[in-house]
Design a protein around this ligand. Structure first.
Ligand SMILES: Cc1cc2nc3c(=O)[nH]c(=O)nc-3n(C[C@H](O)[C@H](O)[C@H](O)COP(=O)(O)OP(=O)(O)OC[C@H]3O[C@@H](n4cnc5c(N)ncnc54)[C@H](O)[C@@H]3O)c2cc1C
Length: 396
């Protein structure tokens, strides 16, 4: 079995059995995920009846058991979706209705008095708000790493610096040699369409969507309690202001169409815009300077939903277009892929994940740039975690 995607590492845990080992390959030198916004979403605004919504909902049922079992840092801070114009305000009842239809029953309209009680530093011109108590901030990097590490401890193999360049009669040709597999799961993120084409499949295109963040120091964190969302538009959820799980105030991500697949540099103009926007939302932030910035790229497609498809005759499953909810939907994606493995490919998983989870002990290295999981050292590659380990504060 062949894996290459962060979100689907979990599949390894669900289907692994003694006779059927999984190999996860990545062309990167280190294990990492592109997930840049460390938010565990409820899916309250995911397109109704979409596969994305289904996966997020499925994930919600068990994700906190796993997060607690792995000791992943998270904070259930909730989110506040704020309308700043009457036009935006008119959309709030529909958003609440949408979450009810998605079976999320605790999303409620807030009075302005309650809004300012819960967010006393927020700009006073809001005209309406929705409270979404289930949203969390999380160390999404450690979660992805923990999935992979569990899989490794349970006997699967992880090959890094291993690029898949060809598919020939069920054999993957990689830079580390051929890999014969019972089934290939293409989870190549930004390269999902290119890897599909190796198997003669051409059903979607990746349209990279850049997301930039502006990071403030931890000394600004008392100014904010929940994740502040704008009213979403057709194109995006909008730019959020939140305290990371390590207490850095962050503004982002932007949603800019990009032609670059590799991570582009931060744009100073966008950084300035994000700084202004954050300081507009919380006027007291004006006395703090940002301490950093970073960029991620989402694998959007021409479709508004995940692109998970099976090709039984090719013994191939594509897990593509996992745009910006890959962490929140991870367990649901894995569950869905497992079901496809059983029903479409005829592979019968022999053991379930939850009965076989091994204890995880992790700690940050003294240099604060690495993390140790049960004796294995992994470099920290996620800017949110690196900023979180740094005690940088603005110097005004
Ligand atoms: C700005 C931004 C904000 C986000 N915010 C959130 C959020 O708040 N909440 C949330 O849940 N999710 C969020 N996400 C989404 C999220 O993490 C996505 O799911 C993720 O970006 C895509 O992950 P992926 O696992 O599909 O792909 P990747 O993480 O890109 O993994 C793809 C893998 O495929 C490998 N690969 C590709 N081609 C080859 C090849 N030819 N040979 C070998 N290996 C190959 C790569 O090495 C890599 O390991 C965000 C993402 C971004 C960028």
């Amino acid at each position: 079995m062949q894996q290459s995607l962060v979100e689907v590492w979990w599949v390894v845990l669900l289907c692994l059995n003694s006779a059927d080992k999984a190999i996860l390959v990545s062309y990167w030198r280190e294990l990492r995920t592109l997930c840049q916004k460390p938010v565990q979403e409820t899916g309250f605004d995911a397109p109704l009846h979409s596969l994305e919504q289904h996966c997020i909902k499925t994930s919600q049922k068990t994700v906190f058991d796993i997060i607690n079992k792995f000791n992943i840092p998270y904070r259930k801070c909730g989110a506040t979706l704020v309308a700043w114009t009457e036009e935006e305000n008119k959309k709030l009842p529909d958003l609440r209705q949408q979450s009810l239809e998605a079976d999320i029953h605790d999303v409620n309209l807030m009075s302005l008095t309650d809004l300012h009680k819960s967010e006393p530093y927020l700009r006073k011109e809001a005209v309406g708000a929705l409270n979404i108590p289930g949203e969390c901030v999380i160390d999404s990097y450690l979660l992805g790493l923990s999935y992979a590490h569990q899989a490794r401890m349970l006997g699967s193999k992880i090959c890094t610096s291993c690029e898949v360049s060809e598919m020939s009669q069920g054999t993957l040709i990689t830079s580390l040699g051929p890999i014969h597999c019972k089934v290939t799961i293409n989870c190549a993120g930004l390269y999902g369409d290119i890897v599909d084409q190796l198997a003669g499949i051409d059903t979607f295109r990746i349209y990279p969507r850049k997301g930039q963040y502006c990071v403030f120091g931890k000394n600004a964190s008392p100014l904010l309690n929940s994740i502040i969302f704008p009213v979403p538009t057709e194109k995006s959820k909008g730019i959020a202001l939140f305290n990371s799980v390590y207490n850095n105030v962050m503004m982002g991500p932007t949603a800019q169409d990009s032609s670059e697949l590799s991570r582009p540099a931060s744009d100073p103009k966008v950084h300035w815009m994000l700084t202004q926007k954050a300081q507009w939302l919380i006027p007291d932030l004006a006395t703090f300077l940002p301490v950093g910035h970073y960029v991620g790229v989402r694998p959007a497609t021409q479709f508004k939903d995940y692109q998970i498809r099976t090709y039984p005759h090719k013994r191939w499953i594509t897990v593509g277009g996992i745009r910006s909810t890959g962490v929140s939907g991870s367990l649901g994606i894995a569950q869905y892929v497992c079901e496809r493995l059983q029903s479409d490919i005829g592979l019968e998983p022999e053991r379930g994940a939850t009965n076989h989870l091994l204890d995880m002990a992790w700690s940050f290295g003294e240099d604060k740039t690495s993390v140790t999981l049960n004796g294995y050292h992994y470099p920290i590659l996620h800017p949110m975690v690196l900023y979180g380990q740094d005690s940088m504060t603005s110097k005004l």
